[in-house]
Design a protein around this ligand. Structure first.
Ligand code: GLC
Length: 746
């Protein structure tokens, strides 16, 4: 370590003497550029190519290909960055190869998919988003970064902010759902949580917003499939969450596998240079997704790997993840002039600056602290917060006759279903270094809560996803012997996530038959749903008296769910993604267009309207929907005036009364509709929300202030501005209910 410090000081001193630079303030970005330049000047072509290459260790597999020689590559200076390697001992070992066995001692970046926790696993991101609690989301990322850095990591491939309106796509579990504005708030919160206020802080990691761009809109909801949309849709719906992450200072961006309108993102110069760097002023570095340079050949825009490497780095890519495209092709490309050395130097410099910002040149072993690894992982405080977050992420979808919370005088409970006691499934996809053995299953959570006073029976009843019905009878007889049934249904955690699209998004296997048989016993039944995507469950919705959506809650899943089931926590979550009645409705989302033939709600099947012969247009559960154990009454809306000048503030308020018998939080939502625009406008757009605690019997006043600029949109000529005209404003408990008022913008 001493040697590296002296080395850097020598380098810097030499550079400053040569160039006569004055010592600059540390906070000045140019100090990093000067340092990077000072090393760049010493680097050979091969050493530069090593810095723009990223390889996975063989500790976990997150893609289709693997090389085993990554340690040799490090020692040869051909791998300047590693992912999927962690723990202090392993990181120290690999970092030592780079720092002590290469000529220039440049430290490695250590990346990993810390998507919803590192060791303490939190609910999947789509579940976290259902809390609408950006402070909690930020706190979860801070804990994740603390644990990740305690195990040697300094870079996470998160946040994933891909807007998603198609639940057939398995990676909806990884994002924030269908609303652009909410997804942007959450993206910024995640970047703040990961990066903190200073990247050199020992608990901060580089964040990496992904997958740039529009990966969440594949045709047919089929992963990696073609994305084709208008420029307006791209700008209006899909780009803002990435921009929010860039504006929050995200250190890196990951290109997406997909094309957009014929141009794969990994070779899209307009996307990576014109838009991201020049328009958005992004100063960090751009890494590809896993071997996505190589995939340009499959896309049909590159004849061979040499051309693929050339068009990607010339489009703006700085780092090749796992493709070996750069280490095998760039030397010849630079020598032939197809890639200028300046292009390569700029890529190397952006990566070196990131390493400087992390403080790795001052202390390459900064994240190799055995004490932190022992004391700052899965602490009681982290686990307590994880349990709270599980409860906050739950969404109560149905609760007839107050079946929930479970009554206190219950003497026996049957916990039935294929997910009743599955610890591995609680983690969800992308669970990083999470350990399923440390997860609390639903059954364990119920035992922890009432095991001492209630007789708990359990049976699987059936499997998640096969046709075996042999266990149903035994489960039914168990239900008959109990006072209350908790039915744990849904998907396995590997049925969503990457490369996990489904054409049929209904309840898999024979679970519906199990539910029918159990509910037919006449016992009080509450369904607990485990899933990574909206499911089309209209039959279950008809049958079950109560349904609690719990996603995949992570390490503390069972305890957090039990807190809700037994009423210690009043559920307050609201969906951030529409639940369709069937896959045929997809894509279905709340902020859709009115069309020229909107249906007549009084006669939804009227001919020659935009509807179906075999399904309503309405979803099963709309965006923003979620119930509580209490009830809320919304008063009429008060506007400060009904006509506004363009520099006025629109102040709107509503009174909300808790009309139930217990305190509860309500996520009050504000939507706006622009009745006439330069182009067609959505029937509703979320423009604000407040999560308010309202004590039973109390009434609170909730106010919002929006400015006319908040009503801006992309016009025909793609100018982003607002118009005078008539608007409708809605305030309510979800995107389908609530009161409305109109106002005029002059
Ligand atoms: C995967 C994913 C990406 C992830 C990367 C590294 O293919 O698309 O989200 O960060 O590879 O694991």
């Amino acid at each position: 370590m001493i040697r590296i410090k002296k080395f850097t000081a020598l380098l810097l001193g030499a550079f400053l003497l040569l160039t006569g630079c004055k010592e600059q303030s540390l906070s000045d970005i140019s100090i990093y550029e000067n340092k990077a330049d000072s090393i760049l000047k010493l680097m050979t072509l091969d050493e530069k190519i090593g810095q723009v290459s990223l390889f996975t260790s063989d500790w976990s597999t997150t893609g289709p290909s693997m090389r085993k020689d990554y340690i040799d590559l490090i020692k040869q200076g051909k791998a300047g960055n590693i992912f999927n390697a962690y723990t202090v001992d392993y990181v120290r070992e690999l970092q030592r190869f780079a720092v002590e066995e290469t000529r220039l001692h440049i430290p490695l970046l250590f990346g990993y998919d810390v998507i919803h926790g590192h060791r303490t696993i939190f609910p999947i991101p789509l579940g976290q988003a259902s809390s609408w609690d950006t402070a909690a989301i930020e706190k979860a990322e801070r804990i994740a970064a603390t644990e990740a850095t305690a195990e040697g990591l300094n870079w996470t491939f998160a946040p994933m902010v891909d807007l998603a309106r198609d639940p057939r796509w398995g990676r909806v579990m990884e994002g924030a759902g269908e609303d652009t504005w909410l997804a942007g708030l959450i993206a910024a919160a995640r970047v703040r949580g990961f990066q903190g206020l200073d990247l050199s802080d020992k608990r901060s990691v580089l964040a990496c917003v992904k997958h740039f761009a529009a990966y969440g809109a594949p045709q047919g909801g089929r992963d990696y499939h073609t994305v084709d949309m208008s420029e307006r849709s791209l700008y209006e719906w899909y780009l803002p969450p990435y921009k929010a992450a860039v504006d929050a200072g995200v250190a890196s961006v990951m290109t997406s596998f997909n094309e957009i309108a014929g141009v794969p993102s990994t070779s899209n110069k307009w996307l990576l240079t014109d838009l991201l760097r020049n328009d958005w002023k992004f100063k960090g570095f751009i890494v590809t997704d896993y071997s996505s340079i190589n995939e340009l050949i499959n896309h049909g825009v590159a004849r061979d790997l040499s051309e693929a490497a050339s068009i990607s780095i010339n489009a703006g890519v700085d780092m090749d993840m796992q493709g070996s495209a750069f280490i095998s092709q760039l030397s010849d490309l630079v020598k032939s002039g197809k890639v200028t050395e300046e292009t390569l130097d700029n890529a190397v410099k952006r990566i070196l600056i990131a390493k400087y910002k992390l403080g790795l040149f001052d202390d390459p072993y900064k994240n190799c602290d055995k004490k932190r690894e022992t004391e700052e992982i899965m602490t009681p405080e982290f686990l307590a917060f994880a349990r709270e977050f599980v409860a906050k992420s739950c969404v109560l979808l149905k609760n007839e006759n107050k079946i929930l919370p479970v009554p206190e005088n219950i003497r026996s409970i049957a916990v039935i279903g294929p997910l009743a006691d599955s610890k591995p499934d609680m983690l969800g996809f992308w669970s990083a270094a999470g350990q399923w053995e440390k997860c609390v299953s639903l059954l364990e959570g119920i035992r922890n809560r009432v095991g001492g006073s209630v007789n708990i029976l359990t049976a699987k009843g059936c499997n998640v996803n096969d046709e075996n019905t042999e266990g149903i009878d035994q489960a039914v007889s168990l239900a008959r012997r109990s006072d209350y049934v908790i039915l744990a249904l849904g998907e396995s955690s590997m049925m969503s996530g990457e490369a996990s699209s489904r054409t049929d998004i209904s309840l898999p296997g024979v679970q519906l038959r199990l539910a029918e048989a159990i509910i037919k016993t006449g016992k009080p039944v509450a369904v607990v749903l485990f899933n990574g995507r909206p499911l089309a469950i209209p039959e279950l919705d008809k049958l079950a008296p109560a349904i609690l959506e719990t996603w995949f809650g992570g390490t503390q899943a069972g305890n957090g769910i039990a807190d809700v089931l037994f009423g210690d926590v009043n559920p307050s979550g609201k969906l951030t993604m529409t639940f369709p009645r069937n896959a045929g409705q997809v894509p279905i989302f709340y902020n859709s267009k009115n069309t020229g033939r909107p249906i007549n709600p009084q006669n939804p099947y009227e001919k020659y309207k935009s509807n179906y012969l075999d399904s309503p247009n309405t979803p099963l559960y709309p965006f923003g929907y979620g119930l509580s154990y209490t009830s809320f009454k919304y008063s009429g809306i008060t506007l400060n005036k009904t006509e506004f000048q363009k520099d006025d503030q629109i102040i709107v308020s509503v009174e909300i009364t808790n009309t139930g018998d217990r305190d509860g939080e309500e996520i009050v939502q504000l939507y706006v509709r622009d009745l006439v625009g330069d182009v067609t406008r959505p029937v509703k757009e979320l423009k604000g929300f407040r999560k308010v605690m309202i004590e039973k019997g109390n009434t609170v006043n909730v106010a919002f202030t929006i400015s006319p600029a908040d009503l801006s949109y992309y016009h025909k000529d793609m100018s982003f501005t607002f118009d005078p005209g008539e608007f409708e404003l809605f305030i309510g408990p979800n995107s389908s209910e609530g009161n409305s008022v109109s106002f005029l913008l002059l």
